[in-house]
Design a protein around this ligand. Structure first.
Ligand SMILES: Cc1cc2nc3c(=O)[nH]c(=O)nc-3n(C[C@H](O)[C@H](O)[C@H](O)COP(=O)(O)OP(=O)(O)OC[C@H]3O[C@@H](n4cnc5c(N)ncnc54)[C@H](O)[C@@H]3O)c2cc1C
Length: 415
């Protein structure tokens, strides 16, 4: 009896300390996707609340390579990747590795990934990604100017690097596919690569240069500017983590840390954490995470002028304000395991293969890409109705696709 009394007093205290809130639109997650949607909906006159337990923009949106990759139409799963999948996954040093302990949990996602890499699915997925990416740069240029982030944009293009002639030849089908979607790209021989980026070591393969590509010189600052712009426009931020989501007569109820929030409509934009929330509302999706890493080296002048991707290593050298960021690679390993120091060692060793003079890194980071097996984000109403909109799963191109996603979510809610 005594115990029951104590439990009921604790529960009552918890209910009393619950802050209640009603709003028109609640956005779960304040990464680049949630923030961009919030700003857009607020500018259309909606009442918007963003629910986010951490600093806005401090998830995957913080540590990425900063490229507005409108050329990146090729999904992660391709017939070539499928052919080498087993050797890639089980080589701990490969750009696409797996934590063996996570294999049982990841198995359904991997099966789906393998299916989506079949030639007909790969072609289909490429077409869908190409359509989503078609206006990405111009949409970001417009948004950056609107929020005062234009000075954080650089427009020097982006370079893919192929070490050997064989690798360069093998890239020709990707080149042809991108050409068929009208993507601006220039094939460079080794001398042309060196004249574009004189500090790169000699290669025997070649390069693919995307002259129109743009990139951010500090994704974290962009997130700060975006969050401030949303606040100034009147978006309210609630510091809480949504634990439960349910449809009720008065609206969609979200039980969050110390908060009870009811909203007419909800957007699930919690990045790699969105799957559980979507399932609670009746939508089962094959969302998992591709863990990505970065190392940063503080320096006044970076050895590259623009983002450069040595494709065999699966990362980008990114010139950023006051530093060089080396960002990328994929580790399939779920959301709970800690950062894997071996992946950082491999990243460092491969970075030094290109630039041997790189010293010790100034900082390191691991983040969770929200990834679908087909590399196509989920941007649609929930199966149960338009009162819940799904906006997650952007994988490697979430920064790039944020304005487009916001436009699509706004159209769904307006319909
Ligand atoms: C190494 C690396 C390099 C990359 N390079 C690029 C690139 O060059 N170009 C590009 O376009 N993309 C790139 N990406 C991908 C891009 O960073 C992501 O696709 C994008 O940041 C995803 O944004 P998001 O808002 O969906 O997720 P996140 O930024 O992770 O935000 C999700 C937010 O939801 C919050 N959240 C989680 N659970 C809850 C809950 N229950 N309640 C409330 N809030 C919750 C989290 O705290 C988090 O802040 C890269 C990613 C990595 C890892």
């Amino acid at each position: 009896m005594f115990l029951i009394g104590v439990v009921s007093r604790v529960l009552k205290a918890r209910v009393n300390s619950m802050e209640k809130l009603k709003t028109e639109i609640a956005i779960i997650g304040g990464g680049v996707i949630g923030l961009t949607i919030a700003l857009r909906l607020r500018s259309e006159g909606r009442e918007v609340v963003v629910i986010e337990p951490n600093e806005p923009g401090s998830g995957a949106s913080y540590g990425n390579a900063g490229t507005i990759a409108d050329y990146a139409i090729i999904p992660v799963g391709t017939p070539a990747v499928l052919k080498n999948l087993v050797s890639l996954l089980f080589d701990a040093d490969s750009p696409l590795a797996i934590r063996k302990a996570a294999l049982p949990t990841l198995f359904p996602w991997l099966m789906r990934f393998a299916y989506e890499a079949l030639p007909h699915r790969y072609r289909h997925n490429t077409a869908r990604i190409a359509e989503l990416l078609s206006d990405a740069s111009s949409e970001w240029l417009e948004l950056a100017s609107e929020i005062g982030a234009s000075e954080l944009l650089s427009a020097k293009g982006c370079l893919y690097l192929y070490q050997t002639e064989k690798a360069f030849r093998a890239a020709s089908s990707d080149v042809a596919r991108r050409a068929s979607y009208g993507i601006a790209q220039e094939l460079l021989n080794p001398n042309e690569v060196r004249s574009l980026e004189p500090n790169l070591p000699e290669i025997s393969g070649g390069g693919v240069f995307f002259p129109k590509a743009i990139n951010f010189t500090d994704p974290s600052k962009v997130m700060d500017v975006l969050a401030s712009a949303a606040r100034q426009a009147g978006v309210e931020f609630v510091k809480a983590s949504v634990e439960r989501l349910s449809r009720e007569r008065e609206g969609v109820r979200m039980t969050a840390t110390n908060h009870d929030i009811v909203s007419k409509a909800v957007v699930i934009a919690a990045g790699a954490y969105s799957g559980t929330l979507a399932a609670q509302i009746g939508d089962r999706v094959h969302l998992d995470t591709e863990r990505g890493y970065h190392l940063e080296f503080d320096m006044d002048v970076a050895p590259v002028e623009r983002p450069v991707c040595p494709t065999h290593h699966g990362f980008y050298f990114c010139p950023m304000q006051g530093r060089l960021r080396v960002a990328g690679t994929v580790e399939l390993g779920g959301l709970n395991a800690p950062l894997n120091p071996r992946r950082l060692d491999v990243l460092l060793a491969n970075a030094r293969r290109v630039f041997p003079e790189l010293g010790e890194p100034s900082r390191s980071w691991m983040g969770f890409r929200p990834s679908m097996p087909d590399s196509v984000p989920v941007i649609r109403p929930s199966k149960g109705g338009r009162d819940v909109v799904l906006a997650f799963g952007h994988g490697h191109i979430g920064l790039t696709l944020a304005p487009r996603t916001a436009r699509m979510v706004s159209a769904i809610l307006a319909a």
